[in-house]
Design a protein around this ligand. Structure first.
Ligand SMILES: *Cc1c(COP(=O)(O)O)cnc(C)c1O
Length: 419
């Protein structure tokens, strides 16, 4: 570790002008929570007040030495960080380029989501809250938050559509084992959007004793900022580890984008490195032509959802459009406000991968490397394979956001095993 740090310090000295300037993080978001035209707070006045209180608390608490050292200790001893960076030897050999993975699948609970859930729960503890409340779609965020609540001895209430409860049975059981209360949502389409409405309504009744914990870099300010800050650990570790392994920075970095938390975690350390190309991968679902996709950046227009402004897949009247992806974690009609800005700035290239390309990558990584990826992460893997074929000399660092145990039955039932 000493050697790594020294190497990296030397790198920092020689590349002083090129490393991530703190200016970026001081400029975005601005003090109203905007990333240029995106972000902000679009809520009724009483909730807007509550968001201000959370913002103030976050700024004073999260900068304290005590908070930082407690979070650091949790990262190391409870989550098992740093997660490794790994060179995918056989995959690289087959597809030519040099492919590396940041192994967030090895983070406790098997995905990057715990990075922000532990941060949000620690903040709740410092704010004297008794209960964490959130919505969940497929249940991944619910499980990560229930884990954090158990760790801190906080109550946990997760709102989940009845349709999702039937579909995602193992995650419902996990949440209950961890001591969380799962509240079924029975109105409307009974899925994620109604779950958000329901959780917000419950939160409104007692915001003093609860903290609403959002599952990605979405929602009203300060959530996109807080979740990004808690996910930055991924990029900070990855940059140092990659440099230690190769003596250089990656030529290209890749991550899948649902709301965009795992992606911004990795990207945030490379935004000032002009020689590093950055790619965010969205789900093209069945195909772009069928309309069964969730490719927000390709087809979305600026709009408001869940209290913030972003690129949004919407119908003519501005209502969020129905979306689809084989990976339920990518199935969201909006996207983080910071990603919306980075698209307009052309700092990041947003592209997409279909269900069937993701399934192929799922098996390819399993059989060539012994790593079963989450279907969400498989979108990033599929894109990296395409890049490797196109740029055989380049190094590509992929955020492997989670492991695929949750997806195995679904994939084998629906697609069967390859030959
Ligand atoms: C939830 C999830 C995602 C998508 O969320 P982001 O906020 O876009 O990162 C990606 N990968 C895994 C494994 C997930 O569980």
């Amino acid at each position: 570790m000493f050697q790594t740090t020294t190497l990296f310090t030397i790198y920092l000295i020689f590349n002083n002008n090129k490393t991530m300037s703190t200016n970026y993080f001081k400029t975005y978001p601005d003090n109203k929570g905007y990333y240029n035209e995106f972000g902000g707070v679009f809520l009724p006045p009483n909730l807007e007040e509550e968001m201000k209180r959370i913002t103030d608390a976050y700024f004073s608490i999260s900068k304290s030495h005590k908070f930082i050292s407690e979070l650091r200790s949790i990262r190391k001893h409870f989550q098992g960080r740093p997660t490794p960076v790994y060179f995918a030897n056989r995959l690289s050999e087959k597809y030519k380029g040099r492919i590396y993975f940041k192994r967030e699948d090895l983070n406790h609970t098997g995905a990057h989501k715990l990075n922000h859930c532990m941060g949000e729960a620690l903040l709740a503890k410092y704010m004297g809250k008794k209960k964490l409340i959130a919505e969940t779609g497929a249940g991944q965020h619910g499980v990560a938050l229930a884990t954090a609540a158990a760790y801190f001895g906080l109550e946990c209430e997760i709102h989940m559509g009845e349709v999702d409860i039937k579909k995602e049975h193992p995650n419902v059981v996990r949440m209950e084992i961890l001591g969380a209360k799962v509240v079924p949502v029975t109105h409307g389409l009974k899925t994620l959007k109604e779950a958000v409405d329901s959780a917000f309504e419950a939160y409104m009744k007692d915001p003093e004793n609860m903290l609403y914990c959002i599952g990605s870099v979405v929602g009203p300010h300060p959530f996109p900022m807080m979740v990004r800050d808690f996910q930055r650990v991924v990029g900070i570790e990855a940059k140092e580890q990659f440099y230690e392994m190769t003596g250089e920075l990656p030529d290209k970095i890749v991550a899948c984008v649902g709301g965009g938390s795992n992606a911004i975690g990795l990207f945030s350390s490379f935004l000032d490195d002009d020689e590093c190309d950055i790619y965010g991968v969205e789900p093209a679902g069945v195909s772009m032509e069928t309309g069964k996709h969730a490719a927000t950046m390709t087809f979305g227009k600026p709009g408001v959802i869940h209290g913030f402004k972003c690129y949004l897949l919407q119908n003519e009247s501005g209502e969020p459009a129905p979306v689809y992806s084989v990976a339920s974690g990518l199935d969201y009609p909006g996207v983080g406000p910071e990603h919306s800005m980075l698209k307009d700035m052309k700092k990041v290239t947003y592209d997409s991968i279909t269900d069937s390309e993701a399934i192929d990558a799922f098996y390819e990584l399993s059989r060539l490397e012994g790593i079963i990826p989450a279907l969400e992460s498989a979108h990033a893997v599929a894109y990296a394979i395409k890049l490797a074929q196109k740029y055989p000399k380049k190094s590509i660092l992929v955020n492997l956001s989670g492991r695929g145990d949750k997806d195995i039955d679904f994939v084998v039932d629906k697609y069967g095993l390859p030959d």
